[in-house]
Design a protein around this ligand. Structure first.
Ligand SMILES: Nc1ncnc2c1ncn2[C@@H]1O[C@H](COP(=O)(O)OP(=O)(O)OP(=O)(O)O)[C@@H](O)[C@H]1O
Ligand SMILES: [Mg+2]
Length: 231
């Protein structure tokens, strides 16, 4: 099927939203392979299908047609429960608006995925501290997240995405709510994680300065890959 250095294999993925009277074809046949350890960016105009594709890659949604293999497992036909299991164990998510619990400490936010996976409390705490260190936030463990700057919030969110040791991190516009300088700092965090732990990172961005960090960029237009820019 796929070589072992392939992490994601998408074959003719389509996604059609049923709008009652009409149907909206958000993805019209995406075929693409992503290698383990790659840092890649998805670009394209608003409405072109970037988030739809990320939701499928992230096992948050299923394609209408086509086949998706994640680490050699065919996930496109799995039911909701199995998809949730794959998501919890293998994928870390980072969002534009951080999605942290406010009035809750950085440490507790980062621990959460481990608590959900029934990791013993002491081990969860230790792993969360480690992840916080990895994103350069040592000393901020007890701060409540509503007291943090945007850049610090996004670091906490990245630590939370990392804490389960996922194979893959997905980030949809991770710098969209940050100023340019802070956005660059966040990209440096992704870059060092990628270089140090070889984790696969896929991010969506509108900003060419941000996509410059990627080794590989795909441009999506009207639900299709328009071009690929491999560095
Ligand atoms: N749940 C949904 N139901 C119906 N249509 C949807 C749904 N989600 C997305 N769409 C439509 O699918 C198309 C692709 O949307 P998508 O969110 O993937 O675009 P995008 O490239 O992420 O855009 P943006 O840059 O604005 O975030 C759009 O026309 C959108 O309106
Ligand atoms: Mg989007």
């Amino acid at each position: 099927m796929s070589e072992n250095n392939t992490i994601i294999k998408l074959e003719n993925i389509t996604k059609t939203y049923d709008m009652g009277e009409t149907k909206l074809e958000a993805l019209k046949g995406i075929t693409y392979t992503i290698k383990r350890g790659e840092m890649m960016a998805i670009m394209g105009p608003s409405g072109s299908g970037k988030s739809t594709l990320m939701n499928i890659i992230g096992c948050l949604d299923k394609p209408t047609k086509g086949t998706y293999y994640l680490e050699d497992e065919k996930v496109s036909t799995m039911d909701k429960n199995r998809l949730a299991g794959i998501r919890n164990r293998r994928i870390g998510f980072v969002f534009q608006n951080f999605n942290l619990l406010a009035r809750t400490s950085s440490l507790e936010n980062v621990e959460l995925p481990l608590i959900y996976s029934n990791v013993p409390a002491k081990e969860a705490r230790e792993k969360a501290r480690q992840a916080i260190k990895q994103v350069g936030l040592e000393g901020w463990e007890e701060h409540k997240t509503n007291q943090l700057s945007g850049g610090e919030k996004q670091r906490v969110a990245i630590a939370r995405a990392l804490v389960n040791s996922p194979s893959l991190i997905l980030a949809d516009e991770p710098t969209g709510n940050l100023d340019t300088k802070t956005g660059m700092d966040i990209m440096e965090v992704f870059k060092s994680l990628h270089e140090e732990s070889g984790i696969t990172i896929i991010l969506v961005t509108h900003d060419p300065e941000i996509s410059d960090y990627a080794e590989n960029i795909i441009h999506i237009r009207d639900g299709l890959i328009e071009k690929e820019d491999r560095r």
